[in-house]
Design a protein. Structure first.
Length: 341
């Protein structure tokens, strides 16, 4: 009897010890700061764009898939994501990769932006709309002016690779700075895919951007897509992140309204060594500067990326909670419990 009681006591003790090591499940990511849904007009445009002689490579299959806002919302529900920044892909219509250019490109830009804004107007509790522009075209400034007073046109999306911007060309930098200035004056946050087509893109481009472009935003939040790359952790992305870390160490005041999304920066199969290096870089820049993003639909299911791959980052529990609850300073953040901005 004594033996049985001792054995039972031992089993209970082991069970209690096991329970003590079980960590509570992480709260789902509150806000996905980077998703896409093509407008019907852009979907119709894509076959010609993807087969254009100006394309640098083939379009991935998921890029052409006719996914809808309902598909996005269903995936958000499955992942527990409460809000998403929906990026217009209007800028594709005026890409120099489209050869020959579409004569109706400017109208296509506006129609695609109108579609994105309408989704936010229809689903104000779930979606935030960012219009898309190519900063090298006359459409850019006029398009920002057309949307600046619409309460559902929250921000501006810029894609330097697709737009053919060269950060080492003073004329291109001046155009980009003008777009930042217009967005700042309109109080519209900016999400920028900063990587260019330069084979040696990296720290030198970051320094030009921080010196000549970012200050023009006049204090609105600026989010660097893919943490400075275009997805993945290659030499160019590491160089860009190093460039950000170096300049921000010299000029910490630039951090005030600068953020980095983690959209496709790493994946489920990214090596542990790269994840450790990424976290070290995040800490050098400031973990509080990093926000969740997926680049949906390129991410695949949101739960797998935002609540799966993201959990692989070797952050402390406090750091992980900070990233997962991030909500960059837009008016709806106050309605999200746990948001830090």
């Amino acid at each position: 009897m004594t033996f049985k009681l001792a054995a039972l006591t031992g089993v209970v003790a082991m069970a209690l010890a096991a329970c003590a090591t079980i960590q509570p499940a992480a709260a789902p990511v509150a806000v996905d700061h980077h998703v896409h849904v093509h407008s019907p007009e852009i979907l119709a445009f894509l076959p010609g764009y993807c087969s254009s002689l100006g394309r640098a490579g083939a379009c991935p299959g998921v890029f052409l898939k006719p996914l809808t806002v309902d598909d996005l919302l269903a995936d958000m529900d499955a992942a527990g994501v409460r809000k998403a920044w929906m990026m217009s892909t209007a800028y594709l219509a005026e890409s120099p990769m489209m050869v020959p250019p579409r004569p109706d490109a400017a109208q296509l830009v506006h129609t695609a932006n109108a579609f994105t804004v309408m989704q936010a107007r229809t689903h104000p509790d779930r979606l935030v709309a960012f219009i898309g522009v190519n900063p090298l075209t006359p459409t850019a400034l006029s398009e920002i002016a057309r949307w600046k007073d619409d309460p559902f046109a929250t921000g501006v999306k810029i894609h330097l690779t697709n737009s053919g911007v060269d950060l080492r060309d003073p004329a291109d930098v001046a155009h980009l700075a003008a777009v930042f200035r217009a967005a700042g004056q309109a109080h519209m946050p900016i999400l920028i895919h900063m990587r260019t087509r330069a084979a040696d893109y990296g720290a030198q481009d970051v320094r030009i951007f921080l010196d000549q472009v970012l200050p023009q935003a006049a204090g609105v939040p600026v989010i660097i897509a893919h943490s400075g790359g275009w997805g993945g952790l290659d030499d160019n992305t590491w160089s860009a992140m190093q460039g950000f870390a170096d300049v921000l160490a010299e000029r910490p005041e630039l951090k005030q309204n600068l953020y980095f999304d983690l959209a496709q920066t790493f994946k489920a199969d990214t090596s542990q060594a790269d994840l450790t290096r990424l976290v070290a870089m995040m800490r050098r820049i400031g973990v509080d500067r990093f926000v969740p993003g997926s680049d949906w639909p390129f991410s695949g299911p949101l739960d797998g990326y935002l609540n799966g791959a993201l959990a692989r980052l070797p952050l402390t529990p406090t750091e992980a909670a900070m990233v997962r609850s991030a909500c960059v300073g837009i008016k709806y953040c106050a309605t999200l419990s746990g948001g830090r901005y």
